[in-house]
Design a protein around this ligand. Sequence first.
Ligand code: NAP
Length: 287
Amino acid sequence: MTVLVVGATGSVGVHTTRALLARGTDVRALVRKASLPEGVTPVLGNLRDEASVTAALSGVSAALYTSPHDPDEERLAETFARACERLGTRLVFCGVYAGGLRRFVYERFLPHYRGKLRIGARMHRSPVCDVVLAPTNFYQNDEIIKADILAGRYPLPAHPRGVNRVDLRDVGEVLARALTDPAFPAVTGTLAGPASISGRAAAQTWASALGRPVEYQDAESAWRPALARGLAGQKLADFGHTYRLLSRIPVPTSARDVALITGLLGRPPRSYEDYVRDTAADWAATP
Ligand SMILES: NC(=O)c1ccc[n+]([C@@H]2O[C@H](COP(=O)([O-])OP(=O)(O)OC[C@H]3O[C@@H](n4cnc5c(N)ncnc54)[C@H](OP(=O)(O)O)[C@@H]3O)[C@@H](O)[C@H]2O)c1
């Protein structure tokens, strides 16, 4: 069984590729430059180039699509979905999705998410896409502000009532199962972590793991430059909109979402404390 991963060098793709290799899957990746972990077959191409997308899809049993942070992301997603439909390739989508009334509310009040919501809806409508999963905010976003955390500050805002967040290792494992396990169900839903975490609690978790104070800094004048030190272009713009929103609205944890990911993983999702402990140990080992 060969599966194709789009975005294999990005956050979702790296973790999915790792989980696929751990399952012994033959992994192919559509990449713009060939720098991938051992065991992954690169197919050089570009989502802007339909012929390279078709070549990358040829002979694969399933493909993962995550949308790049790109001003043209709707067109790129359309190219990929059309190619999968033409070839009859099963498509697994991971990204932004909201159905029904929730989509209407998001589109009305979150203009910057309209393109991403249209991509999610397009994938959901596709006859070859039977898995549409929308992760909440990644724990691993903290790695963008690694230098700040190690310097004793946590400049990523999250509402005082908390924002649900999820471990990309769990997201990658679910997606690897979705791509390879014939018994994986057709599913549309949210991939959530076990709890909602406030910015202050996140800083406190890092302080406990590092054994020294970490100050929470929620002022826009702190978090915007911190993100700009690690990101650029459309990704920086997307993160700016997201963190502005997360500083203003809580994202509660739904018991239904936690039950969904627990069922898909066959165990409860990892806690933020587990992620921070493991990452602090990695940073200490390879500073
Ligand atoms: N961050 C969060 O908390 C969060 C939460 C929920 C949903 N999401 C959504 O998840 C999606 C994926 O996020 P991510 O963090 O995995 O993105 P990412 O780290 O920015 O990765 C994007 C990937 O797409 C590839 N790519 C970009 N343009 C391409 C093109 N024209 N042709 C082929 N490949 C191309 C990049 O490859 P190169 O190495 O060549 O650049 C990279 O591998 C986004 O739509 C985001 O909105 C994010």
